[in-house]
Write a protein that binds this ligand. Structure first.
Ligand SMILES: [Zn+2]
Length: 801
């Protein structure tokens, strides 16, 4: 019923997206009137041009990170309720069909539950046994021996006992050949596996053995002949991958990382980031009444988990004439006895009830009452039975309601700051469920392949890798259990006029708009500083949020970090700074220089080829490049923070490239939460991308090769000659035309234009060109010292006819 009262979205207001939160003009997307997932869908919109996207942004429309040129304009995607879709259509926007809707969410959650149930059934009370070897052999006068090695997933627990039983040949019973307890083998304090201390002497060659664990695990395996016959391959290690089998919430992801740190202490350390989040928690609320003027809603002082959920309130008709409005307390129950007139009819208005409740010192300790969305509250309220306040949070109790301790996993053989650092981070936006899987998969691959894969060993030995799998844990829990399209964190900065229960899915700060470079507070576009319910709300100030501060703390604490990757979803993009512009005149943050841009393109080719290797997905050239060129302005994003404040190369992935359907011959957008089967593929291919980034970083760290350049005449006309430079690898060229020695202050070869090649330089008279080049790793051509006095730079005369 509430939905009828509330105008949909900011669309109803003409001021672009800046409706004051205190205006009470119902600008909040009302997506929770049913208390459920509210019928929102991910909708396709076609706009004529980029100004249409800017206009949607200004209206506060919740856009996906997806832009696609189509025949008649540009296709973008937005999260909209049916009412919001209609409001946009009324404004002339071409809102088309849904890419995904709530049935997809239901399917995903059912699939996830089934997967977790299966895993729990297998591991809750039982351990997993992995057979490393099982073989028999003869030796010493034809005496037969048995050798078995088995790794238990509970093996780090010293009370884990494994027992092996074997048969006495094909078709015989397990146990008929014998039974023996295995020894727990540890090396340098680390559990390796269980084995027999010595091969066990046996009387007959077994065909099968069963190993059981006192922790419940059991496995039956063939016993092969050792030496003289083909054996099961146990020593030949292929590259291992595929470590995620369901969508994971932040509690699970953090537990996984904690486990990895414990399992690989020599290669890792777990870093507790200093700023705890506000936590997956909310104040408890209840709302009384249905018409805006007579609605009263109350909010607990304590979080729901800290007593707020125990508070209740009732509005009682005293059943007598001329009764006064009173508030009384019994424990945590607040009873409002409503005023009546001479004929016994209720006369208390919403405003009067609010004043009475807030004016009662005892009640005010437990809760605060408000009228609805700034309404004057002149409507008479209706009696209502005892109503429990609730925080409405639906995650299981295993999800803590305390402030969340974010943890980054540092991986590297030498974690002393001497190696080039790379920062991989995921899930700034809560609803992008695939992204934490990319970080988990990347960490698992590095650690589990280190022992046997030379390439992994090089990466881990030569780099200092920091992986933060979930930047927005509170929002991510909320997205998984309460409102799947949640993008922001959970912290509510709205005043009472936008803090009623129906607004709760619109609260929070967009972490990737809360950083300090090119922010909305600096005048850049693509975020809101005032609309607390807008999906790109930048927070009350730059770096107001602990989630954003933790990122900044990490890159400040470890200045060896030179590259970063910020993984988002969806659309299939590879992007770099600049990521924001001022709308007026499209004043973009400074573009990277020619050498850096060339390096980014060369790196893209390598990284995206590795993404493609997994299942053939090609990230399109049109979705590769600076954020402002291929997506839209995102004021205050983290990649710009890293690049412009610290010189850290700040890359962004959008996983989830459009999938080509060979039958319809069309590309289909995948959305934020595809079926896990698709999400899994995205995690695998972009984990490939992360590994490739590490390879690129290692090449950067170990690059000792100097760039080489030649001067090239491109055009000669009477009175003017144009030239440029050929460069052996991505590098910047500094040159002079006046015969002076080139330095870092000399002119730098630029690009001819956005996404173009290098510029041509024209001279009108005979000129001596002096120049040198320097690559991104700092290698200078011919080992020239631009700051020194040497003259070993390049020089060439350019003649003019
Ligand atoms: Zn995102």
């Amino acid at each position: 019923m509430l939905a009828l009262l509330v105008l949909p979205l900011a669309l109803a207001v003409s001021a672009p997206g800046l409706a004051s939160p205190t205006s009470g003009s119902a600008v909040v997307p009302d997506r929770s009137s049913t208390g459920e997932q509210n019928g929102v869908g991910l909708m396709r919109i076609v706009v004529a041009d980029k100004s249409g996207i800017d206009r949607l942004n200004e209206l506060g429309v919740d856009l996906a990170e997806y832009v696609k040129p189509v025949d008649n304009g540009i296709e973008v995607h937005a999260i909209l309720s049916p009412e919001e879709s209609q409001a946009l259509r009324d404004k002339g926007f071409d809102v088309q069909d849904a890419i995904s809707d709530q049935s997809d969410y239901a399917d995903n959650m059912a699939e996830r539950s089934a997967s977790i149930r299966a895993a729990t059934a297998a591991t809750a009370s039982t351990d997993t046994l992995t057979v490393l070897r099982s073989e028999w052999f003869s030796s010493l006068n034809n005496q037969l021996f048995l050798n078995i090695e088995v790794k238990s997933s509970a093996g780090t627990d010293s009370t884990t006992v494994l027992t092996a039983s074997w048969d006495s040949g094909p078709g015989t019973e397990i146990g008929s050949g014998g039974t023996a307890t295995m020894s727990r083998f540890t090396d340098a304090g680390q559990y390796m596996y269980h084995r027999f201390s010595n091969p066990v002497a046996i009387n007959a060659a077994p065909a099968k053995a069963t190993i059981t664990s006192n922790k419940g695990g059991s496995v039956t395996v063939d016993v092969a002949k050792w030496l003289g016959s083909p054996r099961k391959v146990a020593g030949d290690h292929p590259y291992v991958s595929d470590f995620v089998d369901h969508y994971m919430d932040p509690t699970e992801v953090t537990a996984r990382f904690t486990g990895l740190a414990a399992e690989f202490p020599k290669l890792t350390e777990l870093i507790d980031l200093p700023y705890k989040t506000n936590g997956y928690r909310r104040k408890a609320q209840a709302q009384f009444g249905t018409a805006a003027a007579s609605i009263v809603y109350v909010t607990s002082t304590a979080y729901g988990s800290e007593g707020g959920n125990d508070v209740s309130m009732s509005l009682v008709n005293p059943g007598t004439a001329n009764a006064p409005l009173t508030v009384s307390m019994s424990g945590k129950a607040v009873t409002v006895s409503l005023a009546t007139n001479g004929s016994g009819a209720i006369t208390s208005t919403a405003a009067q009830v609010v004043a009475a409740v807030n004016g009662n010192a005892d009640a005010a300790k437990l809760l605060t009452a408000s009228t609805y969305r700034g309404n004057a509250g002149t409507g008479v309220v209706a009696a209502a039975p005892v109503t429990n306040l609730t925080d409405n949070l639906k995650a299981p109790a295993s999800v803590s309601r305390e402030p969340f301790q974010m943890k980054a996993l540092r991986i590297g053989k030498h974690r002393d700051g001497s190696k080039v650092g790379v920062f991989l981070y995921c899930q700034e936006h809560a609803r992008e469920w695939v992204t934490p899987l990319v970080c988990v998969e990347s960490a698992e691959r590095l650690l589990r392949n280190y022992a046997h894969d030379p390439n992994t060993r090089k990466i881990v030995d030569d780099l200092d890798i920091f992986i933060l799998p979930v930047v927005n844990p509170d929002g991510a829990h909320y997205s998984m259990y309460d409102y799947n399209m949640q993008r922001k964190n959970m912290t509510n900065y709205c005043s009472a006029s936008l803090a009623d229960p129906a607004a709760r899915n619109a609260w929070g700060v967009d972490i990737n708009r809360n950083f300090s470079v090119g922010s909305v507070f600096d005048g850049f576009t693509g975020a809101s500083a005032t609309n607390c319910t807008g999906e790109t709300f930048a927070g009350p100030s730059e770096l107001s949020e602990p989630e954003a501060r933790n990122e900044v703390w990490l890159v400040d604490k470890f200045p060896n970090i030179k590259l970063s990757m910020n993984t988002h979803s969806y659309g299939g993009y590879f992007m770099w700074p600049p990521g924001a512009y001022k709308a007026a005149g499209r004043e973009v943050l400074p573009r990277v220089d020619q050498g850096t841009e060339a390096y980014f393109w060369t790196s893209s080719d390598y990284i995206l080829s590795r993404v493609q290797e997994y299942r053939g997905t090609a990230i399109w050239p049109g979705r590769t490049g600076p954020v402002t060129d291929v997506l839209y302005s995102a004021a205050g994003n983290s990649a710009d923070e890293h690049w412009y404040n610290r010189g850290i190369i700040g890359w962004d992935f959008e996983v989830g490239a459009d999938v080509y359907n060979p039958t319809t011959k069309r590309f289909t957008a995948v959305g934020f939460q595809p079926s896990f089967a698709e999400g899994h593929e995205e995690a695998m291919e972009f984990a490939n991308g992360n590994i490739a980034i590490l390879e690129v970083a290692r090449a950067y760290a170990t690059d000792k090769i100097q760039p080489q350049t030649t001067l090239k005449i491109v055009k000669q006309e009477p009175g003017a000659t144009a030239f440029t430079f050929s460069i052996s690898e991505p590098a910047n060229v500094y040159y002079t035309l006046d015969g002076s020695r080139p330095t870092y202050n000399s002119p730098k070869l630029a690009l001819a234009g956005m996404r173009e090649g290098v510029q041509n330089i024209a001279v009108n008279s005979d000129t001596t060109v002096n120049w040198f080049s320097i690559d991104i790793a700092g290698n200078v051509e011919s080992n020239y010292k631009p700051d020194g006095a040497g003259r070993n730079y390049n020089k060439q005369a350019v003649a003019v006819q």
